[in-house]
Design a protein around this ligand. Structure first.
Ligand code: ZN
Length: 286
């Protein structure tokens, strides 16, 4: 956030310096944009193999084998979900919100991938369908499914307002990870990471650059669909903010469940292969 009254005056060439056009940090021309047609074709005849109903203000983990699809669907009412992903074989390989944002932008949709953290950096999941893709960006600069927020957590809540609140997404995911992996709660907490904010409508204010949220446009029946590129464990929290129109980190917002369904296709999408290890040799110059 910028100061209203800067400590330093503008240099003579300030206008010229500010007029320099931006360049994209990570041009993704070198990353093959996936052709979604084979993935959509693979949905024909798929078989639903599991479903998990995430209760309001709670989280649940779910397993998705490589080559399967999973869908997160809004049921009963508008609700935001905080999504974590781990490699099923190794909890230390997890979703990397920051680099995914650097590669694909602030909000994800069909054709974008969810990348794993360093030193792995390979695709964990591909978004294959998004019933809210019509939303684009609104007049406030807001859009859905962001990778700019982190996850609501009780430490920030305590820092800003004091008090103990136990159903922030961070705590919900911590409990779910502890249950899924049989870990003590405090060990499980370290596996929780920055999320994909499914269905959340967010942006940055143009004047102060602050993270904002507004009522999610999601309605029951809307979904976000993924293809698992590796064996995954997902964790999804039904955020205590509900549709995130006003409050989070409290029990005051109307909250609804979220449905997670896993589907096994009859055959793998034509042309798909599991991701290789990242090509960097990890010698770091030594
Ligand atoms: Zn939350």
């Amino acid at each position: 956030m910028k100061l209203d009254t800067p400590a330093h005056s503008s240099p003579a060439d300030a206008a010229a310096r500010k007029a320099v056009a931006p360049v994209i940090c990570y041009p993704v021309d070198g990353l093959a944009r996936p052709d979604l047609a084979p993935f959509h074709a693979a949905r024909a005849g798929w078989r639903r193999v599991s479903e998990t109903l995430v209760p309001p203000r709670e989280a649940r983990c779910f397993d998705v084998p490589a080559g399967h699809f999973f869908r997160i669907t809004s049921v009963q009412g508008p609700q935001v979900g905080d999504l974590n992903l781990w490699a099923a074989s190794d909890l230390s390989e997890r979703f990397f919100s920051g680099k995914t944002r650097a590669l694909h932008g602030t909000h994800l949709s069909s054709g974008d991938r969810m990348w794993s953290c360093l030193p792995y950096l390979r695709p964990m999941a591909l978004i294959t369908d998004d019933s809210l893709d019509w939303y684009g960006f609104d007049a406030f600069g807001g859009s859905v499914h962001d990778v700019i927020g982190t996850r609501c957590d009780p430490y920030t809540h305590n820092l800003l307002g004091g008090g103990q609140y136990h159903h922030c997404c961070h705590s919900n995911l911590s409990r779910a990870v502890a249950d899924r992996f049989g870990l003590p709660l405090h060990a499980a907490e370290f596996a929780v990471h920055d999320v994909l904010n499914v269905f959340m409508c967010t942006g940055f204010t143009r004047d102060t650059g602050q993270y904002f949220m507004k009522a999610s446009p999601v309605r029951p029946g809307d979904y976000l669909e993924f293809f698992a590129e590796m064996d995954l464990v997902g964790g999804l929290s039904a955020c205590p903010g509900g549709d995130c129109s006003t409050l989070h980190s409290s029990d005051q917002a109307a909250c609804h469940p979220l449905l997670v369904e896993v589907f096994a296709p009859l055959a793998q999408p034509v042309g798909w292969a599991p991701p290789l290890a990242n090509g960097y040799d990890r010698t770091h110059g030594r």
